[in-house]
Structures are given as C-alpha cells and as structure tokens.
Design a protein around this ligand. Sequence first.
Ligand code: ZN
Length: 148
Amino acid sequence: MSALDALYREIILDHYKSPRNRGRIDDPTIATQGNNPLCGDEIEVSLLIDQGRVADVRFQGVGCSISQASASMMTDSVKGKSIAEVLGLIQAFKDMMSAAAEPDPDTLGELEALAGVRQYPVRVKCASLAWTTLLEALDLLARAPSNA
Ligand code: ZN
C-alpha cells in the first residue's frame, strides 16, 4: 500500500468511526431517503436551505463503512455551499466515481480519498449512495417552488 493509499484509508476510517453531522435536522427544508440494496446500505439526508445555501445538513443511516464514511464526508463538503456549488460538487464526485474525469483536488478536497473505490465496482454504489440521495433531495426541492 502506498503512503497516499494509507492516508486515504485513514481519512475514510476516521469518518466512519467519527461521523460528522450525524442525525436529523428537526425541521428540515427537505429530507430524502436512499438505499443500496446490493449492500444493504440505507441513508437519510436532511437539509436546511437558507437563501440558496446549505445552512445545515445531516445524515443518518446504516450500512458498510464506505457508505457511511462517504455520507459523513459529503455533509462536511456541502455545508455552507450554494446549491449551484453543491450541484457542481455532485457532478465532480460522479465523474470521479465513473472515471469520466481525473479527480480535481481543488474541487473535491478530501473526497479524493474515495477515488480508490473505483477499483471495486460494487463499492462504487456504496460510495455514491449519499450523493445520489442528496441529488434527489435537491431535485425535489427544485420542483417545490414554495420551499426555495
Ligand atoms: Zn455498502
């Protein structure tokens, strides 16, 4: 294992053992659930949107270390960002997972630690679950003008 792989592994394990933003927002602007039946991962993402920004985001769920660590890293990455920035980040993450583009460290930050998951196609769904659930929440929000 290279030093970089070891560092990435450590970042993922740290998020799994000490998840950030875990729980549920009391009165969320929107909350969405997602699951990955292949692995049994379940995630609920709740968002508080204020003036087009993610004022707060939390997740709860059960599942493998990759799914839960990725959810924790997702919440850390999107908190405080505008919805447009979040949509850009979701796309950058998807591109990284599908190997459509080389990871952009400036955009992805520590999320790049999840790039190694690409070697394990089954795990890509685990890593992507929180992100597809987040995207679904934002899609629902976009279709509900009263909440924007
Ligand atoms: Zn999983």
